[in-house]
Design a protein around this ligand. Structure first.
Ligand SMILES: Nc1ncnc2c1ncn2[C@@H]1O[C@H](COP(=O)(O)OP(=O)(O)O)[C@@H](O)[C@H]1O
Ligand SMILES: [Mg+2]
Length: 368
C-alpha cells in the first residue's frame, strides 16, 4: 500500500492557482524529493500534505487513510522546517520531549525515546543546553530529533539545510541519508538544490510553475529528462542544449550542427530515429569526449569532421571544462584533467550518442 497518495490535487489562493493537478504516489521507505526553482509551489504542496493549508480540489491519503479534511496533528506526520522553530527558553531535551508530553506520552517512554534519538543524532552532550547555545548544525539535529521521537508514518522536510554553510550542508546531507537508511523512514523532502535532490532521493518530483514536469528515480531524471526544463535544471554544469537539424539516412540519423566560420558539424547517430527536421540535441558535458583518432569509445559516434574551436579552458581539479560554440550556443565538454586542450585552438570532440537526448524546439518535450 502506498504510504502517500495524492490525486488531482489543486491549490488556489482566491483566483491565483498555485498547484495544478498534482498526482504523486510513494511507497513505504521512499525518500521523495520535491525540487524546482523558488516559487514553484514546493512548500505549498508540503503544507497541503501536512494539513497546514486547505486544498482546493483532489484527495490526499496517508497510509491508506483519506486525510484530506483531517487536522495536521491527526495526520501521523512530523515536519522539520527551514527555520527550526525550537523553543528558545527550553533545553534541548525539553524541546525534544515537549510534543510527547502534550500528547500524553508517559514519562518512561519519553525518556527512552529521548535517549534513543539523542544517541542516533549524537547530541547526548547537548541535552541540557538552550537552542541559543547551539551551532546551526546542532539546532538542525535537535529539530530532527523532535520529529524522530514522533515515529510518524511520514516525515516532511522543508529545505532543512538551506540555513547552513556549504560544508555543513554536505555533511548533514550525508547524515540525513544515513538516518533514512537506518530507519527506513518514508520522507517527503523539499529543496531547490538539484544536487541535494540527486544525492538524497529514491524518487524525484521536478516542479515548475505549480506543474509536475517529471517524476522518476534520480537516474531516470538525469539520463532521460522529460523536457528541456528538466534537462537544464538537473545537473551541473547543465546539459548542453544545441539547436540542430536531423535527417534519416540509410537506417541511420544524420545530425547537422552549425558552427562558426566552418561547414556544419555532422554527426551520424547509428540508430534510425523518427525526428522532425528541427531538433535540439541535449548532451551532458561528461558525454562529450576527446575524439581519439580511430580508438572509438564504446557507443561513441564520432563526428566526420569533429574539430571545434575551443574558446575557454577551465581546469577544475579532477576535470577540465572546455567551452566552444555550436548551433549558436555555448557548449561545455567535461574532459580529463590531463587533456591537452587549449584555448583558441581547434580540438577534436566526440559525442556519446548512446547518451544523448533529442528535444522538440516547439514545445521542449523529449523525442527519444
Ligand atoms: N498565502 C499565500 N497567498 C497567496 N499566494 C501565496 C501564498 N503563499 C504562497 N503563495 C504563492 O505561491 C507560490 C508558491 O510558493 P511556495 O510554495 O512558497 O514556493 P516554493 O516553496 O517552491 O519556493 C508563489 O508564487 C507564492 O507567491
Ligand atoms: Mg519553499
Amino acid at each position: 500500500m502506498p504510504i502517500l497518495e495524492i490525486e488531482h490535487l489543486q491549490k488556489a489562493y482566491g483566483d491565483t492557482h498555485i498547484l495544478h493537478d498534482i498526482n504523486i504516489s510513494i511507497e513505504p521507505g521512499d525518500f521523495l524529493v520535491l525540487v524546482g526553482p523558488s516559487g514553484c509551489g514546493k512548500s505549498t504542496l508540503l503544507n497541503c500534505i501536512a494539513g497546514l493549508e486547505p486544498i482546493t480540489g483532489g484527495t490526499i491519503r496517508i497510509a491508506g487513510r483519506d486525510v484530506t479534511g483531517v487536522s495536521p496533528k491527526d495526520r501521523d506526520i512530523a515536519m522539520v522546517f527551514q527555520s527550526y522553530a525550537l523553543y528558545p527558553t527550553m533545553s534541548v531535551a525539553r524541546n525534544i520531549t515537549f510534543g510527547m508530553q502534550v500528547r500524553g506520552v508517559d514519562k518512561a517512554t519519553q525518556e527512552r525515546k529521548l535517549a534513543e534519538v539523542a544517541r542516533q543524532l549524537q547530541i547526548e552532550p547537548l541535552l541540557n543546553r538552550k537552542p541559543g547555545q547551539l551551532s546551526g548544525g546542532q539546532r538542525q539535529r535537535v529539530a530532527m530529533g523532535r520529529a524522530l521521537v514522533r515515529d510518524p508514518a511520514l516525515f516532511l522536510f522543508d529545505e532543512p539545510l538551506s540555513n547552513l554553510d556549504a560544508k555543513l550542508r554536505v555533511s548533514m546531507r550525508t547524515e540525513i541519508k544515513k538516518l533514512h537508511q537506518d530507519l527506513n523512514a518514508s520522507i517527503v523532502y523539499v529543496t531547490h538544490d538539484q544536487i541535494e535532490a540527486m544525492t538524497l532521493a529514491t524518487r524525484i518530483v521536478v516542479m515548475k510553475g505549480g506543474v509536475i514536469q517529471q517524476i522518476g528515480t534520480p537516474a531516470e531524471i538525469y539520463n532521460k529528462p522529460a523536457n528541456m526544463f528538466v534537462a537544464d535544471f538537473m545537473g551541473s554544469p547543465a546539459m548542453n542544449l544545441i539547436p540542430a537539424r536531423a535527417r534519416a539516412e540509410g537506417g541511420q540519423t544524420r545530425i547537422e550542427i552549425d558552427r562558426p566560420g566552418d561547414a556544419p558539424l555532422v554527426i551520424v547517430d547509428p540508430v534510425a530515429r523518427d525526428l522532425p527536421t528541427e531538433i535540439v540535441l541535449g548532451v551532458r558535458p561528461e558525454d562529450i569526449h576527446e575524439a581519439t583518432g580511430n580508438a572509438h569509445l564504446p557507443g561513441t559516434a564520432q563526428a566526420a569532421s569533429s574539430d571545434v574551436l575551443i574558446e575557454i579552458v577551465e581546469p577544475a581539479g579532477a576535470d577540465t571544462f572546455a567551452v566552444t560554440h555550436l548551433g549558436g550556443k555555448p557548449v561545455t565538454a567535461r574532459l580529463r584533467a590531463e587533456s591537452a586542450v587549449q584555448a583558441r585552438q581547434p580540438f577534436p570532440l566526440a559525442f556519446d550518442l548512446s547518451k544523448v537526448s533529442y528535444f522538440s524546439p516547439k514545445d521542449g518535450q523529449r523525442l527519444n
